[in-house]
Design a binder for this molecule. Structure first.
Ligand code: FA5
Length: 340
């Protein structure tokens, strides 16, 4: 029977418990001494082989040691748990008061911004916003607008023809007919929309661009009313008075017809590529609705009259922001777009 040295066992266990760096180490110490096969358990089991007096004495000591070791293991375990909780807390701590990172937000394209601004100004003047198809029939794009087949005026609009006698609309004017067919005057409408022309591009011409059509019909609407509305529109849009001129022009669907130009804001009227070196930017075609157009839409020209106009939206964006080339609006270059 080997000598049982409770004191040295206690010392060793105490030291190992003290040196345990984590719960795993501590568990190892527990197993080493207190498990069924642990050193202290072995001591307790071996007691029965001893004489009674010694057994009682040693048994008491061993049992006290067992209780003691369990107690200090429990204390050490609490300490280790607290340390690890603190470590996790420090490592995973997040400051919930820091403001969140803002997602990168884009913004509307300058063309869309201007289109919406235009709609708002006209809506405040009593105009409703109407839409029409980008794919059109020859009837709506030309014939109904008083431009019969083989009429030279068709050449004004170089057209993309599609299959089935359809075409990509060359202006927003066909929506005038579509609206008049279904609605009785008096009314005021605007029609913003995309249009297409088989044209070479330059600093102020695109082959795909936007127009905003306008139509106002009533018993007595004159060119003077048109001028007043357009001047008011420009005043509200540019937030100052701008120099415009009205000159006679020809469009088969109006009589008389005119065009509106404004002083080019890029060169301040001196002449530059953005205005074709004229100092004036052509902003819109307009005129008093031709009686044949009213007839083609099922209205009696003796009862109704009014004006129509078609503005180039890109041209307005160019004049507002002093952009010297229309093609910037379609390049999707962020260095350009971020400026708006
Ligand atoms: C027309 O398209 C007529 N439908 C306008 C109209 C409506 C006249 C109602 C009378 C009554 P025009 O082709 O001129 O007209 O085009 C109108 C405007 O669109 C021009 O004044 C100009 O501002 C713009 N525009 C014309 N061509 C281009 C182009 N290639 N690129 C950018 N803008 C253009």
């Amino acid at each position: 029977m080997p000598k049982i040295d409770i004191k040295s066992l206690e010392k060793r266990a105490e030291k190992e418990i003290k040196n345990s760096k984590n719960l795993k180490d501590l568990d190892g110490v527990y197993k080493k001494y207190l498990d069924k096969k642990g050193e202290l358990s072995k001591v307790l089991r071996s007691l029965k082989k001893l004489p009674e007096v010694k057994r009682t004495k040693l048994g008491k000591k061993a049992n006290e040691l067992k209780v003691y070791l369990k107690k200090i293991i429990e204390q050490k375990s609490k300490k280790l748990k607290e340390i690890s909780r603190k470590q996790v807390y420090e490592k995973e701590w997040i400051d919930i008061t820091i403001p969140a990172r803002k997602p990168v937000l884009g913004h509307l394209h300058p063309l869309t911004q201007v289109k919406r601004e235009m709609e708002e100004i006209f809506q405040l003047m009593g105009f409703s916003v109407i839409e029409g198809p980008e794919m059109e029939t020859e009837w709506y794009n030309f014939d109904a607008l008083n431009i019969p087949k083989d009429h030279p005026a068709r050449d004004l609009w170089d057209t993309f023809y599609l299959k089935n006698r359809l075409l990509l609309r060359t202006h927003t004017s066909p929506v005038q007919i579509r609206y008049m067919e279904k609605n009785n005057p008096p009314f005021r409408i605007i029609v913003p929309g995309r249009i297409f022309r088989h044209e070479a591009t330059d600093a102020y011409h695109e082959f795909n661009f936007y127009q905003l059509e306008g139509l106002m019909l009533d018993k007595q609407v004159s060119a003077a009313n048109f001028k007043a509305i357009i001047e008011e529109f420009y005043r509200r849009f540019f937030k100052k008075s701008v120099k415009i001129r009205m000159r006679p022009s020809y469009f088969p669907f109006v009589e008389p017809g005119f065009e509106i130009d404004m002083t080019c804001t890029v060169c301040l009227g001196k002449g530059c590529p953005a205005c074709g070196k004229t100092g004036w930017q052509e902003m819109m075609g307009a005129g008093m609705v031709h009686p044949n157009v009213l007839k083609n839409s099922g209205l009696n020209p003796k009862n109704w009259q009014g004006f129509a106009f078609g503005m180039g939206v890109e041209r307005l964006v160019m004049m507002k922001y002093k952009i010297n080339d229309i093609r910037f609006l379609y390049k999707n270059d962020l260095r350009f777009l971020k400026q708006f």
